[in-house]
Structures are given as structure tokens and as C-alpha cells.
Ligand binder design. Structure first.
Ligand SMILES: *Cc1c(COP(=O)(O)O)cnc(C)c1O
Length: 227
């Protein structure tokens, strides 16, 4: 059986999440998005069999064949950068986490309007201004929120962020509390922004303490990724 440790790992992760919700005091419900990138369809089936319902992939080219190979009705999340010429794949995903620029927002909007089905998305933000990562920087959150509110083809459900790889606790808290502020800016602009997608295998407990509603977990569930 593939991923024989998954059930036990999941029990431990859920306990850590529950404890972090208590410590953080935000009282939120946390959904685990099982990140199956680089694994085969068997990881998706194993996730489903252990009770997980949400699966994350970061590349369209990898996600589509995996979707075709899996019969289980999992909710698919797109968590990596989306090229504008690939927006037509969006109906296969429940949520786009990585709306990371105005240009992409316009392309997604155009598609959502044309297909008469608004695309559910999160605004990806870049709190500490990392050059290597996309996303909206803090000075533009409010103006971007207002501009995005005029787009009928996008339904903005919240915020996604990624912390720098080597961040210490202080930086992590800066990043995650920044995401909370960005979500407030979205709510103030009238978006139904309830979600905070933040936290990966090595920082999810702090993210949950800071209010994460979606944690994107790969390694801690499935072990090291095949290279
Ligand atoms: C790969 C990936 C994850 C999961 O990373 P782990 O450290 O294995 O938990 C989460 N979010 C994004 C955007 C990813 O690309």
C-alpha cells in the first residue's frame, strides 16, 4: 500500500492544528489541503481514503492528467503560479490560491465572465517583498482590493501567502499577520474574503496560530518528495 504512514501522520497533524487553534485564539476551522505535486495519482487516492477531501497541485500540466486518473470527487486547489494562457483549465479547480497580479486577474476575469461562472480565487500577497515570489505587496492591497471588486468574473474568497524558506518565528509572524491584514482590506472593499491560505509543512502551526483557515501540506503527510 502506498503511503502506509499517512493515517498516523494525519492524526498527529490534526492534533497539532487543534492545539495551535487554541493557542492562537482565532477560533477558526482549518482545512488541510494535501499537496500531491510530484507524487502520482496514488497519493490523491491515499489522501481521500484517509479522509482528506482537498488536494493541491502547483502546475496545470501535472494536475490535469492526475485529475483524469482519479475517480474520487476531491476538491482540487491550484496553489502555484498560473500562466494567463492556461485560464481555461480553471473550471477543473475548486479554488485558485495564486491570483498574483493585475494582469492575471484580468485574464481570469475575462474567462469567468465569458463562461458565466465567476472563478473562486485568493489574492496572493508578498508581505516581505521577496523578489523571487509573486503577489501583491502591502502598499497596493487596498487599491487592488477595490479594483478586483469591479471584476465580475472573479469571486475573491481571501488571501494566500508563502513565508520565506529560512524565516525565523519573528518573520513568520510578520508574514502571517500581514496576510490577516490583507484579508481585512479585502473585506473592507466588499469581498466575501473568509479564507487565509498559509502554512506549509515547516510552518503550519504558527500559521494556524495566526488564523490560517487553509494549510497546504505536502512533506509532513507524504514524506519527502521524489526528485
Ligand atoms: C509544495 C507546496 C506546498 C507544500 O510544501 P511542503 O513543505 O511539502 O508542505 C505548499 N504550498 C505551495 C504553494 C507549494 O508549492
Amino acid at each position: 500500500m502506498p503511503f502506509p504512514d499517512l493515517a498516523d501522520r494525519l492524526v498527529a497533524v490534526r492534533q497539532r492544528i487543534d492545539a495551535a487553534v487554541k493557542r492562537g485564539g482565532h477560533g477558526q476551522t482549518v482545512t488541510i489541503v494535501a499537496v500531491t505535486k510530484t507524487h502520482g495519482a496514488d497519493a490523491v487516492v491515499a489522501a481521500w481514503d484517509s479522509g482528506l477531501r482537498d488536494v493541491g497541485e502547483n502546475r496545470i500540466q501535472e494536475a490535469l492528467p492526475k485529475m483524469d486518473a482519479v475517480a474520487e470527487p476531491v476538491r482540487w486547489h491550484l496553489i502555484g503560479h498560473l500562466q494567463r494562457n492556461k485560464v481555461k483549465a480553471l473550471p477543473r479547480f475548486d479554488l485558485l490560491h495564486s491570483l498574483d497580479s493585475d494582469r492575471l486577474a484580468d485574464a481570469v476575469d475575462e474567462f469567468g465572465v465569458a463562461s458565466a461562472r465567476p472563478v473562486r480565487a485568493l489574492m496572493q500577497i508578498n508581505v516581505v517583498g521577496e523578489e523571487s515570489k509573486g503577489g501583491f505587496a502591502e502598499p497596493e492591497w487596498s487599491t487592488a482590493a477595490e479594483r478586483l471588486h469591479r471584476l465580475r468574473g472573479v469571486e475573491l474568497r481571501g488571501v494566500m501567502t508563502m513565508a520565506p524558506l529560512d524565516a525565523d518565528e519573528r518573520v513568520l509572524r510578520t508574514v502571517f499577520s500581514g496576510a490577516r491584514r490583507a484579508r481585512t482590506a479585502l473585506c473592507d472593499a466588499g469581498h466575501p474574503a473568509t479564507e487565509l491560505s498559509m502554512g506549509m509543512s515547516n510552518d503550519y502551526e504558527l500559521a494556524v496560530e495566526e488564523g490560517a483557515t487553509l494549510v497546504r501540506l505536502g512533506t509532513v503527510l507524504f514524506g519527502a518528495r521524489p526528485t
